[in-house]
Design a protein around this ligand. Sequence first.
Ligand SMILES: NC(=O)c1ccc[n+]([C@@H]2O[C@H](COP(=O)([O-])OP(=O)(O)OC[C@H]3O[C@@H](n4cnc5c(N)ncnc54)[C@H](O)[C@@H]3O)[C@@H](O)[C@H]2O)c1
Length: 317
Amino acid sequence: MDEPILLTGGAGFIGSHLLDRLVERGVEVVVLDNFSSASYENISQHLGSPRVKLVRGDIRDKETVERSAMGCKSVIHLAANPEVRMGDPEEHMEHNIRGTLNVLEAGRKIDASIVAFASSSTVYGEATILPTPEDYSPMKPISTYGASKLACEALLSAYTHTYSIPAVALRYANVVGPRARRGVVYDFVRKLLANPHTLEILGDGTQKKSYIWVEDAVEATLAAAENAGKTFEAYNVGSVDAITVREVADTVCQALGLAGVEYSFLGGPGGRGWPGDVKFMHLDIRKLMSLNWRPKYASREAVANAAKALQNELVKG
Ligand SMILES: NC(=O)c1ccc[n+]([C@@H]2O[C@H](COP(=O)([O-])OP(=O)(O)OC[C@H]3O[C@@H](n4cnc5c(N)ncnc54)[C@H](O)[C@@H]3O)[C@@H](O)[C@H]2O)c1
């Protein structure tokens, strides 16, 4: 991955951390982002760098994607509507599926050496095998977001076979860290800064999931992309364990130095946080570990580190 890369969604949470890492490695990067959930602050240190070109544009526009990709040799595709919680099906269709089709077409035009795609653990739906391996089936997503990611993976597979574009899908667990502006850790930190005595928790608190530190997810993405063959491969990207939402709450409170916080649970259907919330998620990460990748942190440490980083960011304003 030393040649110029198109990085869609590169000004967002995971994307900006990937950008940091690529720039550190001396790679030229074209960031394509429509700034719907991005921030200039995330990438401000790179603006003005001769190695980074920023295109403010939308992946739903085929011409914009193709123009941005010119001169690039590979693609890391993160731009999406990432809202799992009651997302708008039309938005998931347009930003995620149509957007990914445009990115693949651009990849075909530049004869990309690899297209790496940000998929999600939600493609599995409610898997009955935990930790869930990549070849688990049948995959039955329970959110339109998960369905859109699975559809994108199908497109990647088809493009690999039809047009010989190597592709990898990274099925991320819950990614946590600085610059996150959604997800349970951000939600808890934000609420506790406003009121350090009580915490409202979506669901019944027994939802149990895996949390991965953002830099571990970045290294995983690069390892998968660099080891790609000529085929389509999917990789689970998670930590070694899973923890309950109640444990997330305890960990965040402790990280913020709070004791005696009173929890209230807003039980959703079947104890979920919302319709479409997968209650139990733990990914089998042995496939990615066979590429010599190891997550530095388990779920609890990742959550604690993220809570402290987000507290600093939010307090600074
Ligand atoms: N954060 C997680 O826990 C997690 C878990 C699984 C999968 N993912 C996936 O990883 C990717 C990055 O997620 P994130 O958490 O960094 O979210 P994010 O919202 O911070 O990043 C998404 C980026 O894409 C941009 N974007 C959205 N729609 C666009 C469009 N139509 N055209 C151009 N840019 C557009 C946004 O402005 C933003 O910068 C997404 O594809 C998401 O679905 C994230």
